[in-house]
Write a protein of this length. Structure first.
Ligand code: NAD
Length: 362
C-alpha cells in the first residue's frame, strides 16, 4: 500500500471547517485506491499566534518539510490585523512559501457548466474555458534588488524596484510550465513584455530554447497587455499560460474571475523537491466563519490537485473532481453559489453529499 505523509494546516476562520471536509474526502478516496495518508496537523497564522506567539512556528515548518505534501486551508482575520508585520498571519504564509522554496504557482480556472451564470462574462464567451496559469513566485520585481525609496540629489524621493530574472530562474519555471502543459492540452502561451523589457527578452529567448526539449508542446508568446485583453475577449484560446511574478499576479486573478465563484478555486505551489503546498485561492472568510456556510469545494479541489501534482495519483484526483461535478449536477449548492431552485446545503452537508457521490463511484 502506497503511504503518504500529508501535513494539514487548517489555519483560521473557515479553515478548520473546510479542511475537515477535505480530509473526509481524502480518506474515502484512500480506501478506494488502496492509498494510506498519514495526516499530521500543525499550527499556522492566527491560530499559531494565539497558541505560541508566532505565525509560523519552527515546528510547523519542520513538519511540512518532513512530508510529501502540505494542505493549507486559509489564514488571517481582523483579530490579528493590528499586530506588527512580523507577527501577522500573512507573514507566516510568506515564510512557509519561502521555507519550502516554492517557485511555481499553478492556478487553474475552469468554467463548470453548472455554475456558468456566476461569471460576469457572457456564457458564450466563457463556456468551455479550462486554463491554467503558471506564475513564477519567488523572483522578478517583487524580490529584485535594488529596491526602496531613496532621496535624489535634489532632495526629491524616488521609489525603485527591479525586475530581474536569471536564466536558471526562467528555466526552472519554464520546465514546470512545459510539464504542466504536457499533462493538459499541450499548448503553452508565454506572457511577457519583450517589446519593451530586456528581462522579458531573456525570458522569451530561454523559453524558445527550452521548447526544443518539449516537441509535443506548442509554444506561443503574447505581450502582457494583449494577454489581459485576450483573457476577457476569447479565454477559450488558452490552455496553459506561463509568466513572471508581477504579470502572473494580475493575470491569475483575471483568469480566476472568469469563473466568478471564489469558493471554487484551488491552487498549487511547487518547488524543485517535495513537498508542494496546495490551498484554495480564497482567504479565511471571517464574515461566515463558524456558521456552516463555507463552500468547501475549493479546498477539496486543492486536495485533488495535491493528488495529481504531488502524489502522482491522477485517477484518484479525477475521482474527486468527478464527485464535485456530480454534487453540482444534482443541484447541491452552498450559499455563495446558490441560485433559484437549487438545493441549499451548509459546509458539512456539502461534505456529506461528496462522500455519497464518491461511494456511488466506487
Ligand atoms: P476572503 O477570500 O476571505 O473573503 C472574500 C469574500 O468571499 C467574503 O465575503 C467571504 O465570505 C467569501 N468567501 C471566501 N471564501 C469562501 C468560501 N470558501 N465559501 C463561501 N464564501 C467564501 O478575502 P478577504 O475577506 O479579503 O480576507 C479575509 C482574511 O483572509 C484576511 O485576513 C486576509 O488577509 C486573509 N486571506 C488569506 C488568504 C490565504 O490564506 N491564502 C488569501 C486571501 C486573504
Amino acid at each position: 500500500m502506497q503511504q503518504y505523509r500529508i501535513t494539514l494546516l487548517p489555519g483560521d476562520g473557515i479553515g478548520p471547517e473546510i479542511m475537515a471536509v477535505a480530509v473526509d474526502v481524502l480518506k474515502a478516496v484512500a480506501s478506494q485506491f488502496n492509498l494510506e495518508f498519514v495526516f499530521q496537523s500543525a499550527l499556522i497564522g492566527g491560530a499559531a499566534i494565539d497558541a505560541v506567539g508566532e505565525p509560523l512556528p519552527q515546528e510547523t515548518l519542520a513538519t511540512c518539510q518532513n512530508s510529501e505534501a502540505v494542505l493549507l486551508a486559509a489564514i488571517g482575520g481582523p483579530k490579528w490585523d493590528t499586530l506588527p508585520r512580523h507577527l501577522r498571519p500573512e507573514t507566516g504564509l510568506l515564510g512557509l512559501r519561502a521555507g519550502l522554496q516554492l517557485f511555481a504557482n499553478l492556478r487553474p480556472a475552469k468554467i463548470l457548466p453548472q455554475l456558468i451564470d456566476a461569471s460576469s462574462l457572457k456564457p458564450e464567451v466563457v463556456s468551455g474555458v479550462d486554463l491554467m496559469v503558471v506564475r513564477e513566485l519567488t523572483g522578478g520585481i517583487y524580490f529584485g534588488q535594488p529596491r526602496g525609496i531613496f532621496a535624489t540629489e535634489t532632495g526629491e524621493k524616488r521609489g525603485v524596484n527591479t525586475m530581474a530574472y536569471s536564466e536558471s530562474e526562467i528555466e526552472r519555471i519554464g520546465r514546470v510550465a512545459f510539464e504542466t502543459a504536457r499533462k493538459r492540452g499541450g499548448k503553452l502561451c508565454s506572457v511577457d513584455k519583450a517589446n519593451v523589457l530586456e528581462v522579458s527578452q531573456l525570458w522569451r529567448d530561454r523559453l524558445n530554447q527550452l521548447s526544443s526539449e518539449y516537441a509535443d508542446v506548442e509554444l506561443t508568446h503574447l505581450y502582457v497587455d494583449n494577454a489581459a485583453m485576450q483573457l476577457v475577449r476569447a479565454p477559450r484560446q488558452f490552455d496553459t499560460i506561463v509568466t513572471g511574478n508581477l504579470f502572473g499576479d494580475i493575470l491569475s486573478d483575471i483568469a480566476a474571475m472568469l469563473t466568478g465563484s471564489i469558493g471554487m478555486l484551488p491552487s498549487a505551489s511547487l518547488g524543485s523537491a517535495a513537498p508542494g503546498l496546495f490551498e484554495p485561492v480564497h482567504g479565511s472568510a471571517p464574515d461566515i466563519a463558524g456558521q456552516d456556510k463555507a463552500n468547501p469545494l475549493a479546498m477539496v479541489l486543492s486536495a485533488a490537485m495535491m493528488l495529481r501534482y504531488a502524489l502522482n495519483q491522477p485517477v484518484a484526483a479525477d475521482r474527486i473532481e468527478q464527485a464535485v461535478l456530480q454534487v453540482l449536477d444534482q443541484g447541491d449548492r452552498t450559499p455563495d453559489i446558490m441560485s433559484p431552485g437549487m438545493n441549499p446545503l451548509g459546509c458539512q452537508g456539502m461534505g456529506e453529499a461528496l462522500l455519497q457521490a464518491l461511494s456511488r463511484a466506487a
